[in-house]
Ligand binder design. Structure first.
Ligand SMILES: NC(=O)c1ccc[n+]([C@@H]2O[C@H](COP(=O)([O-])OP(=O)(O)OC[C@H]3O[C@@H](n4cnc5c(N)ncnc54)[C@H](O)[C@@H]3O)[C@@H](O)[C@H]2O)c1
Length: 308
């Protein structure tokens, strides 16, 4: 199992670290455009191998795609992150060019790969990869919902004063502050709906805190977060590599599911060795459907900025 991670910055390096620590991949190639940067990150990470007990080989390369050849899974984290006060959508100008050239170079060297898109605005970048590479739709996956759901569970556990392992919940919709649809109605504490424990007001607060989860961290850190994003990507990579058939909300190309067409947006999917093995359609209330469709309108508006 060979995994390439493009972008050895905060998210790319964190993602490589979590993949290595979980010890399921034989090789992780970190690639960055900045001279020597990926080599340095890879060496530093390899020096944690004996301490953290993993055998995954991490190598770093400066923009040499021949070293990524025959990767089973490629993760794209290259691009600029947002600064405090910025929206993810404002990154489109620079990141679209980067994601387009990076995905073409990856496929040239690994024609059978599965691509996971992380760079923001992620739903639009995932759509761009669909439009420009011609890969089958099950082999292009956007990571956003796995992270947003982890943040949702963190906020739910905080409100419930419960351990996070007691809590389950999912966020679908666009990976943006206004686009996220945290499904509070379906969230549970050990299969008991969370509404049994929390007032509507408190649940609403959880929902709003989840939606601005990324912005809250960007304000604190001065740049966007990396631990949870890296861990979320590693979860998707592991589900694919180990053919786990796990369900995650991911940005997938929808063609009629949820009444939506020709866009990538967060929906529950089953991930296995083939990539997206199924888009799961769950029954939504009218209000949830309306929120998802408004979110889709936002994603489509951003897609409209792409020069395709
Ligand atoms: N989808 C999500 O949930 C999620 C979460 C966090 C961050 N992000 C996004 O991930 C991206 C990376 O964030 P970060 O915090 O790691 O940023 P970062 O600046 O730390 O790292 C980005 C790296 O990409 C490299 N890069 C730029 N152009 C490149 C190219 N053409 N080829 C190869 N490498 C190139 C840079 O040299 C840099 O090292 C941002 O767009 C950010 O918004 C997405």
């Amino acid at each position: 199992m060979k995994v390439t991670v493009v972008g050895a910055g905060a998210v790319g390096a964190s993602c490589a670290e979590y993949i290595a620590i979980k010890n399921f991949a034989s090789e992780v190639v970190l690639l960055d455009i900045k001279e020597g940067f990926a080599e340095g990150k890879a060496m530093d990470l390899m020096q944690t191998a004996s301490l953290n007990g993993f055998d995954t080989k991490i190598t770093g390369v400066t923009n040499d795609y021949t070293k990524t050849a025959n990767s089973d899974i490629c993760v794209i984290t290259s691009g600029i992150p947002r600064k405090p006060g910025m929206t993810r959508e404002e990154l489109i100008g620079i990141n679209a060019g980067i994601v387009k050239t990076v995905s073409a170079s990856l496929i040239e060297n690994s024609p059978n790969t599965i691509i996971i898109v992380v760079s923001n605005p992620m739903d639009t970048m995932t759509y761009l990869v669909h439009k420009t590479t011609g890969l089958p739709k099950h082999r292009i996956i956007g990571m956003g919902g796995a992270l947003d759901s982890a943040r949702f569970k963190y906020r739910l556990a905080e409100a419930l004063k419960a351990p996070i392992s007691d809590v389950d919940g999912m966020v679908i919709g666009g990976h943006s502050d206004v686009g996220m649809v945290p499904l509070t109605r379906l969230a549970t504490r050990n299969s008991v709906p969370v509404s049994k424990f929390l007032s509507d007001d408190r649940l609403n607060q959880v929902k709003e805190d989840t939606k601005v989860g990324g912005a809250t961290l960007t304000k604190l850190l001065g740049t966007s977060a990396w631990y949870a994003p890296g861990a979320a990507v590693s979860g998707l990579v592991q589900a694919i590599a180990c053919d786990q058939k796990k369900m995650f909300p991911c940005s997938a190309l929808l063609q009629g599911e949820y009444g939506l067409n020709d866009l990538c947006i967060g929906a529950p999917v089953i991930l296995g060795r083939k990539g997206i093995e199924k888009v799961v359609e769950i029954e939504l209330t009218d209000a949830e459907k309306e929120h998802l469709h408004t979110s889709a309108e936002g994603v489509m508006k951003t897609n409209g900025l792409l020069e395709l």
